[in-house]
Design a protein around this ligand. Structure first.
Ligand SMILES: *Cc1c(COP(=O)(O)O)cnc(C)c1O
Length: 399
């Protein structure tokens, strides 16, 4: 009897999907098949493995695991999140039009505007939390609706069933970057979205020790094309990185529970603390005042581990970020260690200031990736940050 099936819980599948004991030795951990090629018995006679860009058993284990967690049928692993986005965009051709969220990971915007726009594709950015705005942006040439939810870094929530409904009636592909939520909190394919995208670098790996990406689908026609493109474009991950992601995912459900618990607690605490002229506006979908709160509650199984703090100006935001000790100042998110990022100068430097500000993304915005440390220690660190900014502009100590 199988150890698990599609009806098993996410915790069970995170550990077992793709992770069958090695048929040769019984090894419980999937081996790292560090090879570029495979011996063939005769011309055209082989075990299904010809060349490692095309097939690698360690990569296949990760792809099977991801497909299971996202309620998909086909998973594809890539060398980075942006490699996955590139391959997704290769489903389109010159002249095609894309409607995308106006607040997304900065690298996605750069890829669209500075790479694919040069190849003749056109992009319209809209507030995808407003379905009427998405619908209004559709043109005869629109072939893809690409959304991120929650968005990076404003944590805007988009109604995925609504997006799927707009796409399906018009034969337009729909894609969701599910990096922030992970399949533990949100499964876009179950809501009718065609393609799920991940930067596995973030929560899926969870240990800040590799870079990778993935696409997951349940449509056979799209899967067939993606399989061709994965090999033809060649942006595949090495087996070690696949192995690290696969190992990280085994604890994804546990980690998300802790990220979420810590973030919820800190968000409420920050709201209570945030008083005075230099206090930040706290942005977290778990807060009742967040505009996407009700939708997030319906669409997600939790609100995630990212909190954004909108400080009144650049100086205050950077002073806060630099005062933290336990939150490491750095790019990225989703690891067990807490990180603090200043998106305007770090992860989203490629997005023009005017466009950032039009979406409410200011120079004072600081993003916290709440890790799995003890919440009391994280709170004490944030307290240090708030104390450092309380006197900005008031001639306080330079600390
Ligand atoms: C980091 C990130 C990406 C890009 O992934 P890489 O692995 O860095 O290429 C895409 N989307 C989101 C939401 C991200 O946070």
């Amino acid at each position: 009897m199988a150890r698990f099936d599609a009806k098993s819980g996410l915790g069970t599948r995170a550990i077992h999907a793709g992770n069958a004991p090695d048929p040769r030795t019984g090894a419980v951990a999937v081996p790292v098949y560090q090879t570029s090629t495979y011996a063939q018995e005769a011309l055209g006679k082989h075990k299904g493995y010809e060349y490692a860009r095309s097939q690698n058993p360690t990569r296949e284990a990760l792809e099977e695991n991801l497909a299971s967690l996202e309620s998909g049928t086909h998973g594809f692993a890539f060398a980075s999140g942006l490699a996955a986005t590139s391959v997704l965009l290769h489903l389109l051709k010159s002249g095609d039009h894309v409607v995308a969220s106006n607040n997304m990971y900065g690298g996605t915007f750069r890829l669209f505007e500075q790479v694919f726009a040069h190849l003749g594709m056109r992009f319209t950015y809209v507030d995808s939390s407003n379905l009427a705005a998405v619908e209004a942006a559709i043109e005869p040439a629109t072939k893809l609706i690409y959304v991120e939810t929650p968005t990076n870094p404003l944590l805007t929530i988009t109604d995925l069933s609504g997006i799927a409904a707009i796409g399906v009636g018009r034969g337009i592909l729909t894609a969701c970057d599910n990096t922030f939520a992970t399949p533990i909190l949100q499964r876009p394919l179950e809501l009718g979205i065609d393609i799920v995208l991940h930067s596995t670098t973030k929560y899926l790996n969870g240990h800040s020790d590799m870079v990778g990406g993935a696409l997951v689908v349940r449509r056979d026609d799209v899967a067939q094309r993606l399989r061709f493109l994965q090999n033809a474009v060649g942006a595949v991950p090495g087996p070690w990185d696949c192995w690290l992601a696969l190992r990280g995912i085994k604890t994804l459900p546990l980690r998300m529970e802790r990220h979420e618990k810590n973030a919820r607690e800190l968000a409420s605490w920050l709201v209570a603390q945030a008083k005075g002229a230099k206090a930040p506006r706290v942005i977290y979908p778990g807060l009742p005042e967040h505009p996407g709160h009700a939708l997030a509650k319906r669409q997600m199984a939790g609100f995630g581990g990212i909190i954004s703090l909108d400080f009144p100006d650049l100086e205050t935001g950077t002073r806060f970020a630099e005062a933290l000790r336990l939150f490491t100042l750095g790019e990225s998110l989703g690891g067990v260690e807490s990180l603090v990022t200043h998106p305007a100068t770090m992860t989203h430097a490629a997005v023009p200031k005017a466009q950032r500000e039009a979406t409410g993304f200011t120079d004072g915005l600081v993003r916290l990736s709440v890790g799995c440390e003890d919440v009391a220690d994280l709170r004490a660190d944030l307290e240090r940050g708030l104390a450092a900014v309380a006197g900005v502009g008031a001639g306080a100590s330079q600390g």
